[in-house]
Design a protein around this ligand. Structure first.
Ligand SMILES: *Cc1c(COP(=O)(O)O)cnc(C)c1O
Length: 457
């Protein structure tokens, strides 16, 4: 039998000096619950043979918990990975105007759903709708919480209880558990698979059409690429079939790029405008990938179809919040003013010149010293956009061969820095890419690297 009498009591931990000095700002209830959890955890560990912790040890873990939880989440950090749209790091950073818009929309009241001319109830969509019509050429638009919910809403409103035809090569998983077949199932639509993984022809869709077909669905394989012996039907071929049979074509283009990626030395990413021009009934995309705005999902397309989505009960469940809406409209204004490339952070990063990156990498090297090398390398777009696409960059590489713990230990300590720095590892070197580091972050980054390397230098 384990003797639990050695475990400190809740009271003894609460009255310790460490707890009293470090947790004063927080409610006694919260601190007490954290102490109980730690004691319960210790009891479990004792059953597995651990010794009883002292009251001071319990207090130290509670203080650590409070330091972790007692601050605003998510914490800002420095992305030195060179992955521009990094889903784990919050996808697209917002422009100054977009950040300002969220502040304006949230610090007081706003005309979110008030028509200022008439004085009556307005729509929160009224402002962004004409912007998206202009930017994509579509008749109508609807903005929701994210692209996953946009697709779910679209399929639920148009295809519940009916059949939707999808190519086997486009039954993709986007990540985070978003799989096209599962979304179809959830919407109540029946998936009809056509073609093979690598080849699907327009005629395959046509042959699968029945009286119960509600839509032809096309999904952009945004996070992988199939090369070699492949064929996929073009949107306009599906539209031609759809027009003959009265069935709408729905197109999930994923990243919602509003600029031409080919102008930036990247391969061509399908744009909502092209899909609308090809005649798609509805086009779905994200607001926080290559659009460079806040988390949001956008549906553009034919007026009668968009109206069906607006009227569906799910529309209320997935509606966009006012802060995201404000940031989105500020981001769209950059496109309408022709200043997207200079004002939207991800486009500034994508278009950053090799000369600027080289200068920055050499500047970092002078600050960090002889453990650092400047190398040519590659940045990636990331975030389920432009799979496999890279842009040439200049990197700072930290040699870690004779450091204890090697590159793993260095990246861990960079992550644990007061402003965490996220880097990648290649061949036991820690790699820092200036492309995704904001100029204002450079001093902090360089301080972090010096402090992390110092004790072992
Ligand atoms: C990213 C992506 C989604 C999901 O978009 P979220 O905005 O993350 O919900 C859906 N479909 C495709 C093709 C995507 O690339």
């Amino acid at each position: 039998m384990v003797d639990f009498r050695n475990l400190p009591s809740v009271e003894s931990v609460l009255s310790s000096r460490r707890i009293r000095t470090a947790t004063g700002e927080y409610t006694r209830e919260w601190v007490t619950n954290l102490v109980r959890e730690q004691i319960d955890g210790a009891r479990g560990a004792m059953r597995n043979g651990s010794a009883a912790p002292t009251a001071d040890e319990i207090a130290a873990s509670v203080v650590y918990q409070i330091e972790l939880l007692g601050r605003v989440y998510p914490r800002p950090l420095i992305n030195a990975t060179g992955v521009i749209i990094h889903t784990n790091l919050g996808r697209a950073p917002l422009s100054l105007d977009a950040m300002d818009a969220t502040l304006q929309a949230s610090e007081g009241y706003s005309n979110l759903e008030l028509d200022l001319l008439e004085g009556g109830r307005g729509s929160r969509q009224a402002h962004v709708q004409p912007m998206f019509r202009q930017l994509t050429g579509a008749e109508a638009a609807l903005v929701v919480n994210n692209n996953a919910s946009a697709v779910l809403l679209g399929l639920s409103a148009l295809a519940a209880g009916k059949e939707v035809i999808v190519s086997r090569g486009e039954e993709v998983e986007i990540g985070g558990g978003f799989r096209i077949p599962d979304v179809l199932l959830q919407s109540g639509a029946k998936l009809v698979e056509v073609g093979t993984t690598n080849r699907t022809y327009a005629s395959d869709y046509e042959a699968a059409i029945t009286d119960n077909t509600a839509a032809l669905l096309k999904v952009h394989s945004s996070n992988f690429r199939i090369d070699g012996f492949t064929h996929f039907a073009e949107t306009r071929e599906l539209v031609e079939i759809g027009e003959r049979t009265g069935i709408p074509v729905l197109h999930d283009v994923g990243s919602g790029c509003l600029l031409n990626t080919a102008d930036y030395g990247l391969s061509h990413e399908p744009t909502p405008r092209e899909s609308i021009a090809a005649g798609a009934g509805l086009v779905f995309f994200s607001g926080d990938k290559l659009l460079g705005g806040p988390q949001s999902g956008i549906v553009v397309g034919k007026r009668d179809l968009v109206r069906k989505l607006e009227r569906h009960p799910l529309a209320r469940a997935v509606r966009i919040d006012k802060m995201s809406l404000a940031a989105l409209s500020a981001t769209l204004l950059h496109y309408l003013k022709g200043e997207a490339e200079t004002k939207i952070p991800i486009w500034r990063m994508i278009s950053m010149s090799a000369g600027e990156l080289e200068d920055r990498a050499y500047h970092w090297q002078t600050v960090i010293g002889n453990r650092a090398l400047v190398l040519r390398g590659l940045s990636t777009i990331g975030g389920g956009s432009l799979p496999g696409e890279t842009i040439d960059t200049w990197l700072l590489a930290l040699e870690c061969d004779n450091l204890s713990g090697g590159a793993q230990a260095v990246t861990r300590r960079l992550r644990e820095y007061s402003t965490p720095v996220i880097a990648r590892i290649e061949e036991n070197r820690v790699i820092l890419d200036p492309r995704t580091v904001f100029l204002e972050e450079e001093d902090t980054l360089l301080r972090a690297v010096r402090e992390v390397l110092e004790p072992v230098a």
